[in-house]
Design a protein around this ligand. Structure first.
Ligand SMILES: NC(=O)c1ccc[n+]([C@@H]2O[C@H](COP(=O)([O-])OP(=O)(O)OC[C@H]3O[C@@H](n4cnc5c(N)ncnc54)[C@H](OP(=O)(O)O)[C@@H]3O)[C@@H](O)[C@H]2O)c1
Length: 268
């Protein structure tokens, strides 16, 4: 599926990391962009740079997507400015490495609010436009964490397991309507210094399972263009997912606990 020049792509969490990599690649393809992030990230400068480099249009909406006011502002902007939405990238997501009881409850709630609730609500609100814009696509960023319970990352991994199940179910429902839903399950992504420290602490396994954001975004876009419903970027990560499927969840939880505990000890 090749994007039409007239199409727009919406990317949540576009100010940095994987979302920014999606914005750059989609702009390079000639897609107009609606970029979303929290306020105060100078998203307008990112938009201006993409407009200058690639000659596309770019709108920015700086809102907290966990609030209905924030999501309404996104939908209002689209209603006003966008006739065709060819691509929705559900990328914004948060998570933090800590024991469940040691993290503030409010943070666990914000993980669910952003990773699950806002993704579902925004997708639901934009579905009629995606349908009118067919062929169109939804790309949802889950994680390799979606494939097993993850002690010390429990709420995040469970939220990503939700997204994997939800995105795959949407894929089956929407394919006959001409909308592709692709779930992306990356291992690590070199998005900030904390990830780099975690990779170093995990040794060879961390190194083999981590990729640059540009590479993950390129693989995800190519998979959605081919109509794939699930993509795991990186050969090592695909092997981990296949081998992991042979191991009971209970054992995987214990193994992951040992691995993350070691990483946490090395960092501190
Ligand atoms: N990094 C990894 O190793 C890794 C691995 C697997 C999967 N993933 C997934 O990949 C996706 C992107 O991760 P990343 O590491 O690139 O993230 P990141 O660098 O932390 O960027 C997160 C983006 O989401 C935005 N955001 C956060 N909370 C928001 C809210 N309440 N409302 C609106 N926007 C909000 C941030 O905006 P501000 O800049 O304004 O804060 C930022 O643009 C996430 O879904 C993550 O779970 C990451």
């Amino acid at each position: 599926m090749n994007p039409s020049q007239a199409d727009w792509a919406l990317i949540t969490g576009a100010s940095k990391g994987l979302g920014l990599a999606f914005a750059q690649l989609l702009a390079k393809q000639g897609q107009n962009l609606i970029l979303i992030s929290l306020p105060g990230e100078n998203l307008a400068a990112t938009a201006a740079s993409l407009i200058g480099q690639f000659g596309v249009k770019a709108l920015t909406v700086e809102v907290d997507l966990t609030t209905s006011e924030g999501r309404n502002r996104v939908v209002e902007t689209i209603d006003k400015e966008v006739a065709r939405l060819g691509c929705l990238v559900n990328n914004a997501g948060i998570g933090r490495n800590a024991a469940f009881g040691e993290e503030a409850y409010a943070f666990h709630k914000s993980v669910i609010d952003l990773n699950i609730q806002s993704t579902m609500a925004l997708t639901y609100a934009l579905l009629p436009l995606l349908e009118r814009s067919r062929p169109s696509r939804i790309i949802t960023i889950a994680s390799l964490a979606a494939f097993q319970p993850m002690p010390l990352f429990a709420t995040y991994a469970a939220s990503k397991a939700f997204l994997k199940s939800w995105g795959l179910a949407l894929g089956a429902e929407l394919a006959p309507l001409g909308i592709v839903s692709t779930v992306v399950a990356p291992g690590g992504i070199y998005t900030n210094d904390e990830v780099r420290a975690q990779v170093r602490a995990q040794g060879l396994g961390g190194y083999l399972s981590t990729q640059e954001p540009e590479e993950v975004a390129r693989i995800a876009l190519a998979a959605s263009e081919r109509g794939k419903s699930l993509v795991i970027p990186g050969a090592f990560n695909r092997i981990l997912a296949v081998l992991g499927s042979l191991v009971p969840d209970e054992l995987k939880a214990k193994a992951v606990y040992t691995r993350w505990k070691k990483a946490a000890t090395c960092r501190s």
